[in-house]
Ligand binder design. Structure first.
Ligand code: G4P
Length: 523
């Protein structure tokens, strides 16, 4: 196969959803339909990551599992699918945001009973930053949920994205009989006892076989479909690829139903690897030379060795084992002989990988989040966001002799993206910022086990942070006046730590020449 053909058959996506909508179940069923796992239940073991710290730490002991399941690659039809996992717990949402920068499309799962939920809104807004194309899967049709038409209205009004129904459900809850595909003119009949959820496929909505099987509901469906065709948007590929319209599928992941139509849509509708913006130019996926960027860093199995795996999304070209890759920021060359790929459930050593794929490179903390790797060119991919944290803590150490280890530990963990680190100009404080409380627990745990530092996190009077952009003279003026509020982040970028919104507004008014940014790209 040529380089172009290999790349064109890649589909790299993530599933986004509010907890409990059915992401884990859908992931598992996709792997099963793709033939990557033998039976259901294999993915479920990971689910504990969203329940409690103790569960998370227990899980950390089995990091091998979580590393492998961060990226799941499997073949489906003639495509190679890369499904990137995102943590279920909203406390780790920063990780999710970054993972979303590494995909070409996303699948949004909506619970038919609960409709659009808080986390769905947040994640969709992140997808919107890059106009990521989104397929929607409305799940749990085997339960009495909201009316399908109301669900589409809710998605359109709350999420501000057009819906194009691709399938339409026949009844719901106890009366759920299957779905009709509006474009293929095919009814898939639901049977919870059938191995793949479907007992029969009926060609044509007017087929009398439909009346035989589902009685009165057949005519109800015909009327529904007429209405739906009149009242809803028709699928528009351009609008989908621009992130303006979402094709909608209905099903029940638990019952395997609708999963296949969704996988077919990923193959047929979702984009192959897309060009990526770099500082100097856009990089096309089928350029022969390798390039990629680090979107995630994860500590490896053995905490004593402080081994990390840097996850690289390949943006162009092909990777071969033993290849020399340049870390652009440092200019250093890495001979990558031990990269891993993520075929199904096994962690394999990669012999080759292509644009769209993810490879993992073990290292000892030399690779940073956001790093670009290339075959030699001084490229710099843009667009990995850091979000203003919402919770702040001051790190205090029990044994002052361990200060060096604390600084080193916090610095490295910040580079991994576990939390953000801020050092106010006018004090020696080490301030941590996070999006969720669990992040602090995880950092305290890791500081203790990986760096031998016993740390306490104290409340710190900051409500929000803003990255500062302005001339050196203006920034110095601000720092001279508010030295306790102006800090340097882990990349030595200036940040304003505001004790409250009023203070933030006042300061912004007083320094109109400085920009206060809520997100910052990691360079
Ligand atoms: P998440 O990863 O998005 O958090 O959701 P997950 O797949 O874990 O699903 C959340 C709950 O919803 C699970 O029930 C799961 O079995 C159920 N579920 C998923 N798909 C469907 C569906 O199509 N229909 C119905 N009725 N339920 C569905 P649980 O009780 O929390 O867990 P479990 O005891 O079933 O494992």
């Amino acid at each position: 196969m040529t380089l172009q053909e290999e790349i064109r058959r890649r589909r790299t996506f993530a599933i986004i959803s509010h907890p409990d909508a059915g992401k884990t179940t859908l992931t598992e069923k996709m792997l099963w339909f793709g033939g990557a796992i033998q039976m259901a239940g294999a993915v479920r073991a990971r689910k504990s990551d969203r329940h409690a710290v103790s569960d998370w730490m227990e899980l950390e002991k089995q990091r091998g599992i979580s590393v492998t399941s961060s990226v799941m690659q499997f073949p489906y039809r003639d495509c190679i699918i890369n499904l990137l996992d995102t943590p279920g717990h909203e406390d780790f949402s920063e990780d999710t945001y970054r993972t979303l920068t590494a995909v070409d499309s996303a699948v949004m799962v909506i619970d038919s009973v609960n409709g659009v939920e808080a986390q769905t809104i947040k994640l969709l807004n992140v997808c919107r930053l890059r106009d990521t194309p989104i397929l929607t899967f409305i799940n749990k049709l085997d339960r009495e949920g909201k009316e399908p038409i109301d669900l589409l209205d809710e998605i359109e009004s709350v999420l501000q994205i057009q819906c194009a129904p691709m399938t339409w459900p026949i009844g719901m809850g106890k009366r759920f009989r299957g779905t009709y595909h509006l474009y293929n003119d095919v009814v898939s009949v639901f049977d919870p006892n059938a191995e793949k959820g479907t007992s029969e496929i009926i060609q044509g909505i007017d087929n009398p076989r439909l009346d035989e099987l589902i009685g009165d509901q057949a005519d109800e469906l015909r009327i529904d479909i007429e209405l739906v065709r009149g009242a809803s948007h028709t699928f528009d590929r351009e609008a989908y690829l621009a992130g303006k319209q979402t094709p909608v599928f209905f099903g029940s992941a638990m019952n395997n139903f609708g999963v296949q139509s969704l996988l077919d849509a990923i193959v047929e509708l979702s984009p192959a690897p897309l060009p990526r913006p770099a500082q100097s130019r856009a990089v096309e996926p089928d350029e022969p030379k390798f390039s990629g960027f680090v979107f995630k860093i994860q500590a490896n199995m053995d905490p004593k060795h402080r081994d990390r795996i840097a996850f690289i999304r390949i943006c162009s070209g092909r990777f071969d084992r033993g290849m020399k890759l340049k870390q652009v920021a440092s200019g250093k060359l890495f001979t990558v002989s031990n990269a891993i790929t993520f075929m199904a459930q096994d962690r394999n050593t990669a012999d080759e990988a292509y644009a769209g794929d993810i490879i993992g490179i073990p290292n000892h903390g030399t690779i940073k989040l956001g790093d670009t790797f290339s075959a030699g060119e001084d490229l710099k991919f843009t667009g990995i966001p850091s979000f203003a944290p919402e919770i702040f803590r001051r790190a205090r150490i029990r044994n002052p002799l361990k200060m060096k280890q604390l600084q080193k530990g916090l610095h490295q963990l910040a580079e991994e993206g576990a939390t953000q680190l801020f050092r106010p100009i006018a004090s020696n404080d080490l301030i941590l910022g996070a999006v969720g409380m669990l992040q602090f627990d995880v950092v305290a745990h890791r500081l203790q086990f990986e760096y031998g530092v016993d740390v306490i996190f104290e409340p710190f009077d900051v409500a929000t942070a803003r990255w500062l952009r302005g001339s050196d003279a203006d920034l110095k003026k601000l720092a001279d006046k508010h030295g306790f509020n102006v800090a340097l982040d882990n990349a030595d970028d200036y940040v304003y730590l505001a004790p409250n919104r009023v203070n933030l507004n006042l300061t912004q008014e007083r320094f109109p020449e400085i920009k206060f940014l809520e997100t910052r790209e990691i360079y």
